[in-house]
Design a protein around this ligand. Structure first.
Ligand SMILES: Cc1cc2nc3c(=O)[nH]c(=O)nc-3n(C[C@H](O)[C@H](O)[C@H](O)COP(=O)(O)OP(=O)(O)OC[C@H]3O[C@@H](n4cnc5c(N)ncnc54)[C@H](O)[C@@H]3O)c2cc1C
Length: 387
């Protein structure tokens, strides 16, 4: 689909310096990701070398300053990579969690030593990062986390369990949401603690069997008397974790919305192509008025979603994306994406239900977008608080 269909005007964030980044990302995705996706789905994780290959060509930590080994770009650079990944159907190695989420927790809240120690190794792919908030007993209610980091001299002793952690099986560094003070509830005692995977007592559970995103190593993690130095606290002050999460979550939610926008466009492309080539009753399926009207509706949704997402990306780049707007983008675009992809799947008939068809994988892969990053119900809570 050409850009005239996608956009009514060129977005401010789409500057000319992104052209070579897009070319690099497209080549990488087509050469290194697309041919391996089926195999990765079978094994439930990417090859570890993917990360070092991405680091070698400069696609990791694109929006981290060069002084920390990053690409020195902006969030727009991350968006370009994400768009190209989504177009080839990739959500395997969760580069977005590494680039857009984990690296920015370190950049925004880490001490100078933490940034220098971790960001260059994350940029090279030597270190894969994950963030572990969710626990078996709590996801939406982050204030209820039970994982504890108890101070013992110059160390924290961490005990607890996390689940649904993206990059969990391959991660070398996990940013763990833990309770550092007394008490079992409330946000004031929550801190983020850096845990290296080689620490004694750190255990990975199984890679979870999911209905989609099957190449993604979403895992359970356990912490049994894991000792880390107190310098592994993200930042310098205990109890800042909740504020740190609240500051970073809008970027994560916008990133989910970007993926939703590209997923709708990709579904539309697949479906136009398929319905033109498939015949029923002696003519292409595309020629039925129902098909053309449905696709016209999806094209309209794609345009409106893209316009909203472009606006949010522009706002984020100006430092003006507030939490309720990010929440609006997250819930609304992921809801629209599921509706649109479902329509597109229907137009594929039985083939749409076969996992060898991209539309089937897109449908299954996108479903979780309404759930992770804060469920769409929680997004409406966030919005309603400012009404
Ligand atoms: C594939 C995948 C990858 C993930 N990756 C990560 C990761 O890398 N790191 C991480 O920390 N987590 C990750 N998660 C976890 C994800 O963020 C949580 O699943 C999500 O936040 C929901 O939490 P929960 O599953 O405990 O659901 P619950 O909180 O138990 O919610 C169950 C239902 O109740 C609803 N609900 C809850 N509270 C309210 C309320 N106040 N008002 C209205 N409805 C409500 C929810 O919307 C939902 O419909 C991942 C999840 C998946 C599936």
């Amino acid at each position: 689909m050409d850009s005239d269909i996608r956009r009514s005007r060129r977005a401010d964030w789409l500057t000319d310096d992104l052209v070579p980044v897009r070319e690099l990302a497209r080549t990488f995705c087509e050469k290194e990701l697309a041919p391996n996706l089926d195999r990765w789905r079978q094994q439930h994780h990417v090859d570890r070398e993917l990360w070092t290959k991405a680091g070698e060509v400069g696609l990791l930590c694109l929006s981290i300053p060069e002084e920390y080994g990053g690409g020195g770009g902006s969030y727009a650079h991350d968006v370009v990579l994400l768009e190209e990944q989504t177009r080839v159907g990739d959500n395997a190695g969760n580069i977005a969690v590494h680039n857009v989420v984990a690296a920015h927790y370190l950049l925004a809240h880490g001490t100078q030593e933490q940034k220098t120690a971790w960001l260059p190794r994350m940029a090279s792919g030597e270190v894969v990062a994950a963030i572990a908030m969710t626990e078996p007993g709590t996801g939406s209610d982050l204030r209820a986390v039970r994982t504890r980091a108890v101070r013992d001299g110059d160390e924290y002793v961490i005990n607890g369990a996390k689940t649904f952690i993206s990059n969990g099986a391959l991660a070398d560094l996990v940013i763990v949401v833990a309770r550092t003070g007394a008490g079992t509830g409330g946000s004031e005692n929550i801190s983020l603690v850096l845990v290296e995977a080689e620490r004694a007592g750190f255990r990975r559970g199984r890679v979870l069997d999911k209905i989609g995103q099957n190449a993604q190593d979403t895992s359970e993690l356990a912490f049994e008397d894991v000792r880390v130095p107190v310098t592994n606290l993200l930042g310098t002050t205990e109890g800042q974790g909740f504020q740190q999460l609240m500051r970073q979550l809008p970027r994560e939610r916008l990133t989910i919305a970007v993926t939703a926008a590209v997923a709708i466009e990709t579904a539309l492309e697949h479906t136009v192509r398929y319905t033109r080539s498939r015949s029923a009753f002696g003519r292409p399926v595309f020629d039925f008025q129902n098909t053309r009207f449905r696709l016209a509706e999806v094209a309209t949704v794609a345009r409106v979603v893209r316009t909203f997402v472009d606006d949010c990306v522009d706002r984020h780049l100006r430092g003006e994306l507030d939490a309720p707007t990010a929440a609006m983008a997250k819930w609304w675009t992921t809801d629209r994406a599921m509706d649109a992809i479902d329509e597109c799947l229907q137009l594929h008939g039985g083939y749409g239900y076969m996992t060898e068809y991209p539309i089937a994988r897109l449908w299954a892969d996108q479903r979780v977008q309404k759930i992770y990053g804060g469920t769409n119900e929680i997004m409406k809570e966030v919005i309603s608080r400012v009404l």
